[in-house]
Design a protein around this ligand. Structure first.
Ligand code: PLP
Length: 390
């Protein structure tokens, strides 16, 4: 008999009832060091006192207001995002998938408005993940995600990951957009080189194609900059964010330039919940903390510390690990064994990690993890690797 919860996940036999910072506390009281952070979501840890205070204060005022009215909390967060990014305008969603859907619609509307409605092809990359809606699975195109869900939405072509020659051959004056994650998350913590991202921007400029960046996983301070593309010194036309922006409260956003977004006039898009006062109050507090240069400098310092320790881990388990990769606190251990085995061994050592494609184990801790917790995490990973090695 089918379970009452639709069984689309292979869930571990673990349930958590509380959290404190980097720690997730299971129903049996066991404390797990959480290096998954809800898959890059809890950027400020569990039950962060500032976020709890913000949420409860807002909950006592007003939870939900329709987008038929002005929403001051939404305007405040939009102002902050515009101030700290390339963007001129923001639309709020409840998730990364919804942000991807709007980004795709925005691209189509842009070319329709420009008198080229046939210009719909969006170039994407193998290993990409943009969500599970019909549009987002068509964009990513992986067999695993699309099987059985056809016919797929037309207008996407996948290129080999990071293959600039393939992009040069594919892009033309009929390309609508290029859509890419600056650091692939589900694809296995694979950063695109800064010079390649700059080249992609140039190719878009030469052909007129829009550049759409998916920073749902790598954005919001995760890489040590507020947004990962800042390392390359370029700006996209459209960007999706989600996950970290709500610190655990469901929130996403599409950020765009005026040029890309201006055809999205009243009535062209909408959402009941997107940008409601509760979500935006929390998002504003997250931005106040994460967009601070001193906070981002700490993320980079901790990243260097964690990488150094992880290099040591790789060296002491050469038959388990191949290398460390990633940026900031979006780190991956390329494995010689199945990452799922390491995740399971981690449960026994009371540490939570997340598997990814390309034989990678993802480490995505809260960005305010302490130095001691980093040391403790690597010690637990060491014991987990020892179990798999044996
Ligand atoms: C890069 C990227 N884009 C989009 C999504 C979809 O976001 P959500 O699960 O919030 O719909 C994810 C989720 O993992 C992601 O990593």
């Amino acid at each position: 008999m089918i379970s009452h919860v639709l069984p689309t996940y292979n869930r571990a036999p673990l349930a958590f009832e509380r959290g404190e910072g980097v720690w997730a506390i299971a129903t049996d009281g066991t404390r797990y060091l959480d290096l998954g952070a809800g898959i890059a979501v809890n950027v400020l840890g569990h039950a962060n006192p500032e976020l709890v205070a913000t949420l409860t204060e807002q909950a006592g005022k007003i939870w939900h207001v329709s987008n038929l009215y002005q929403i001051p909390e939404q305007e405040k967060l939009a102002d902050m995002l515009v101030e700290h990014s390339f963007a001129d305008t923001v639309f709020f969603t409840n998730s990364g998938t919804e942000a991807a859907e709007l980004a795709i619609k925005m691209v189509r509307k842009y070319w329709d408005h420009a008198g080229q409605p046939e210009r719909i092809e969006i170039l994407t990359f193998e290993g990409a993940f943009h969500g599970r809606s019909t549009g987002a699975i068509a964009a990513a195109g992986s067999e695993k995600m699309v099987a059985g869900f056809g016919p797929l939405m037309p207008g996407f072509r996948q290129l080999p990951w990071g293959d600039i020659d393939a992009l040069k051959a594919a892009i033309s004056e009929t390309t609508a957009a290029v859509m890419i994650e600056p650091v692939q998350g589900e694809g296995g913590i694979r950063p695109i080189a800064d010079e390649d991202l700059r080249l992609i921007r140039e190719l878009c400029d030469q052909t007129g194609a829009l550049l759409v960046l998916d920073e749902v996983q790598c954005g919001m301070g995760r890489t040590g900059r507020l947004f990962a593309h800042e390392y390359a010194g370029i700006a996209p036309d459209i960007m999706m964010v989600a996950k970290g922006i709500g610190g655990g409260f469901p929130l996403g956003a599409v950020l765009a330039t005026e040029k890309a977004a201006s055809p999205m006039s009243a009535g062209t898009h909408g959402s009941t919940y997107g940008g409601n006062p509760l979500a935006c109050a929390v998002g504003t507090k997250v931005m106040e903390i994460v967009a601070d240069e001193a906070f981002l400098a700490e993320v980079n310092r901790k990243s260097a510390l964690m990488r150094q320790k992880l290099e040591g881990l790789v060296a002491s388990h050469p038959s388990v690990f191949e290398s460390v990769r990633g940026q900031g606190l979006m780190l991956g251990l390329k494995c010689k064994v199945s990452p799922a085995d390491l995740v399971r061994a981690g449960y026994e050592q009371h540490i939570l990690t997340v598997p990814a494609a390309d034989h990678t184990l993802r480490l995505l801790p809260p960005l305010n993890i302490s130095d001691d917790e980093i040391a403790e995490a690597v010690a637990r990973l060491d014991r987990a690797a020892g179990m798999v090695d044996a």
